[in-house]
Design a protein around this ligand. Structure first.
Ligand code: 6MZ
Length: 367
């Protein structure tokens, strides 16, 4: 318990979190009840789906379809964005890269752009903590404002979180829809959008469909992260590694030559321990590739994937790593600090975060 408290209070960096996968169960149940009362869904049929804990990868994607029915109207998108950011801030995540798939929903008068405006509105509505999510705010910021575990110093007791957005392309989409997402990301650069993610059911579609959109994103200065190797599709894995994305997510099912290629490439890997175990993508924690990557000092970041769907938190992910791989406080802190290096944040934000980690490290005497 002492370790868990310590991990909650440790500043952390989250780089792989899907908005709709991170919704509180209580919120999902409340939304399901409302739709049940309007006869849009049958509440008793969805309650157990929301509360179920162990799901195969295929079941997870069915759950996302249900979650999207519950969440996809503008007011709800705004609500869940605010809640998700505040939940991460509550466990001392100081930098969050939140990813979400812009959705068009004609029945609700929603365009990809209006979906993203609702997300940004959610960021504006965050009030439990101070939030920075635009370039302008960063420039105006006074340095050294927030500075310790819990951020209480210089008489300022409010916590602060930096949030940046990644726009996801769903593998079910067309190239045209993916292009629209990349163009939207470029239009919203001043509202904290820093990159593009390719995600969705790994058994659906071909990643090469999206290559022109991903190349365009890169040419325009956006960072790219790809879900890579959630299923053992070696041809796709090799193609993705050859693309040299700025980061990849998961990297679970790499055969030896792909593994060697990954190691040589030094592409940082977003590791989602609980997600991989729950979906049975990795059979048990003691054979998880975290150990090899960590021991060979390959760039990696501990992430949650979907806190709601997998009933986890970033602090819990650090606790799982501590227990499974024998990491002590010093190593865990270093892991969190290193994540700043692999974020898509602008230089200035990264510098501010590194200064903050240094200050906390000094106070904790972890040297
Ligand atoms: C691949 C995943 C995922 O974008 O609607 N997503 N894609 N693998 C995973 N591992 C389990 N977890 C989440 O958030 C939900 C969407 O994120 C992607 C899926 O496309 C899912 O529909 P947003 O906010």
């Amino acid at each position: 318990m002492e370790m868990m408290d310590w991990l909650v209070s440790m500043p952390k960096v989250e780089l792989h979190a899907h908005l709709n996968g991170s919704v509180r169960n209580s919120t999902l149940l409340e939304l399901a009840k409302e739709l049940g009362e309007k006869d849009i869904i049958v509440f008793s049929e969805v309650e157990h789906v929301i509360l179920k804990n162990d799901r195969s990868l295929a079941e997870v994607f069915k759950l996302f379809d249900l979650i999207h029915i519950l969440t996809t109207d503008h007011a709800t998108v705004t609500r869940i964005t605010k809640e998700v950011v505040e939940d991460f801030a509550a466990e001392n995540v100081v930098y969050l890269e939140l990813r979400t798939t812009p959705k068009r929903n004609d029945a609700r008068g929603m365009t990809k752009r209006s979906y993203m405006e609702a997300v940004i509105e959610g960021l504006r509505k965050v009030d439990a903590v101070d939030i920075d999510f635009t370039y302008t705010e960063v420039r105006l910021e006074k340095k050294g404002k927030s500075c310790e575990m819990g951020n209480e110093c210089d008489g300022i007791s409010r916590k602060k979180i930096h949030v940046r957005l990644l726009l996801s392309i769903d593998r079910r989409e067309t190239l045209e829809a993916a292009m629209e997402t990349v163009k939207l990301a470029l239009e919203l650069k001043d509202f904290g959008v820093v990159g593009i993610d390719l995600s969705g059911n790994p058994k659906v579609g071909e990643w090469t469909t999206f290559l022109p959109a991903l190349k365009f994103a890169r040419e325009q200065g956006l960072c790219v992260t790809l879900h890579c190797g959630e299923v053992p599709n070696q041809e796709e894995i090799h193609g993705m590694l050859d693309f040299l994305p700025e980061r990849i997510g998961h990297a679970c099912c790499l055969e030896e030559d792909a593994w060697t290629k990954l190691k040589m490439s030094k592409i940082p890997v977003e590791i989602c321990l609980t997600s991989n175990i729950r979906t049975n993508t990795i059979s048990s924690i003691d054979v998880h590739h975290f150990a090899d990557l960590y021991n060979t000092k390959h760039p990696l970041i501990l992430c949650t994937d979907d806190t709601g769907v997998f009933s986890t938190s970033l602090s819990k992910e650090y606790a799982v790593a501590a227990a499974a791989f024998g990491l002590g406080k010093k190593e865990l802190f270093q892991l969190a600090r290193n994540a700043v290096e692999f974020s898509f944040a602008q230089e200035q934000v990264a510098r501010e975060l590194k200064d903050f980690f240094d200050l906390v490290e000094e106070r904790l005497s972890l040297h």
